[in-house]
Design a protein around this ligand. Structure first.
Ligand SMILES: [Zn+2]
Length: 466
């Protein structure tokens, strides 16, 4: 058993810091502390459970990686309901929390607004998916009721200031100036204190969910969104039939579990929703281009460069997507050098190697694009590359990537009239379908999605707290 003593968090105006000490070396951490800064937002006066929730949500999955069981010893009693929530959510059979208390705590006194006037907070990265969600929600609720949550959490400590300034300069300030949208920036070293990216990924959406709670309370949010496209949520391998809930921790069942239990204990009234759960990023782009063209110049998809003046690295998946999506839908130029992407992209080079594969949404694009049009818009060399791609991959175009997937949307169980309003916007741009055809996930694995499957949050807590 590893014993971890957790210290009281320290609070200073807009910043909270946590520290702990393990009695044995734990190889998952670079250091035994982290901070979260809610820029300009005083967070000193919340109830202690709000702070503990941040700690539990983010670090339980990391402690749970230990081969030896881990006992977290807190300096005061933690409500069992809260401990149970995060241990179950993270399936953390390896983590015990002590001491516990069994009273129901409802300390935050928040008055609720009527659903139609609800305020929405969007986890905002600036790419096509979150930009689409922002545009749709600001149409439904009004931009004055919309908050962008910019979460700056680089893997590398040296990138902090650069990432923050770059995002503000290239993304947030132009949006604030032009659309007068509210922005709450959150800066944290939570990823940088963890030994590597793969380990940090175990936090999944909880890296945002727990830390978002002070923002939910401060802005009285009723809806908190994040944006992951449908194809991440496959449920079995098409080749072997093996079942797996990919991206489980951000599935609708897991999101409802967290919001319902948080509402019950803290008296908040919010839901966590992924508006992009029922369509692809090809459709997100299509909605932006056709309904919200003013958002095009505000897209900041590429995060592989720290260049202060350049939006694109020309090498990553996001740059390739933007270039091809522009060709596919937008029929305009000037935002990215499309020929340069086609010639330079390592993803295309890999795809064109003998065993190479290509992500499904790209296959739809290369199948549907008119070669004559591409020839006009690209250099000779880039056009030749495009035609080779087209020959190899156009047979894999898949209608699921250009549709609205009804059973996925129903799974979100959004309150009305929000649900109908969102659905009306999305279905104005694509047909509805009831089933997803098998597709090649991430250019690697053939997968299926079965929307009849329900992924219940298991009761792990009782097992290790008996
Ligand atoms: Zn890039």
């Amino acid at each position: 058993m590893i014993t971890v003593n957790v210290a009281y968090p320290t609070l200073q105006n807009d910043t909270i810091s946590f520290a702990w000490h393990a009695d044995k070396h734990m190889p998952f951490f670079n250091q035994e502390s982290f901070y979260i800064k809610y820029e300009g937002m005083n967070i000193e006066n919340y109830s202690i459970e709000v702070y503990w929730q941040i700690f539990l949500s983010t670090l339980i999955p990391i402690f749970n990686l230990s081969e030896e069981p881990v006992e977290l010893i807190f300096p005061e009693s933690i409500p069992a309901y809260l401990a149970e929530t995060w241990i179950n959510y993270h399936l953390a059979a390896n983590v015990r929390i002590t001491p516990l208390c069994y009273e129901t705590v409802i300390k935050e006194n928040i008055h609720n607004t009527i659903p139609d006037n609800a305020k929405v907070g969007l986890l905002y990265g600036g790419g096509k998916d979150s930009a689409c969600a922002f545009a749709m929600f600001s149409e439904i609720y009004g931009v004055e009721n919309t908050l962008l949550i910019s979460y700056v959490a680089p893997y590398d400590k040296n990138l902090f200031i650069k990432d923050d300034i770059r995002r503000k300069r290239l993304l947030l300030e132009p949006l604030q100036e032009e659309l007068n949208v509210k922005v709450q920036t959150v800066i944290t070293d939570i990823r940088a204190i963890i030994i590597d990216n793969d380990t940090a990924k175990h936090m999944h959406l909880a890296m945002f969910m727990g830390p978002a709670l002070p923002i939910v309370i401060h802005y009285n949010l009723n809806v908190v969104t994040f944006s992951y496209e449908f194809d991440l949520y496959w449920t079995s391998s098409h080749t072997t039939g093996r079942k797996k809930f990919y991206f489980m921790l951000s599935r609708p069942e897991f999101c409802s579990y967290i919001s319902e239990r948080t509402n019950a204990i803290l008296g908040t009234n919010f839901i966590i929703a992924n508006p992009n759960f029922s369509f692809s990023n090809l459709i997100a782009f299509k909605i932006l281009v056709n309904r919200y063209p003013y958002m095009m110049k505000h897209l900041l998809m590429c995060e592989d460069t720290s260049d202060m003046d350049e939006k694109w690295c020309y090498n990553c998946d996001k740059c390739l997507k933007f270039a091809l999506y522009c060709l596919y839908y937008w029929r305009g130029e000037g935002f990215i050098d499309i020929s340069r992407v086609l010639i330079q992209s390592p993803i295309i080079k890999r795809a064109l190697s003998p065993e190479g594969l290509l992500e499904n949404s790209y296959c739809n694009i290369v199948a549907a694009l008119d070669p004559e049009y591409v020839a006009q818009k690209t250099s000779e060399e880039a056009f030749a590359i495009f035609m080779t791609l087209r020959e190899k991959f156009s047979k894999w175009a898949n209608p699921s990537f250009e549709s609205f997937i009804s059973p996925a949307f129903e799974k979100l169980a959004l309150p009305q009239p929000l649900g109908d309003k969102l659905k009306n916007i999305i279905t104005a741009y694509c047909p509805e379908i009831n089933e997803v055809q098998p597709y090649l996930f991430s250019g690697k694995l053939w997968v299926d999605i079965d929307y009849n499957l329900i992924c219940d949050v298991p009761n792990v807590f009782m097992l290790n707290h008996m």
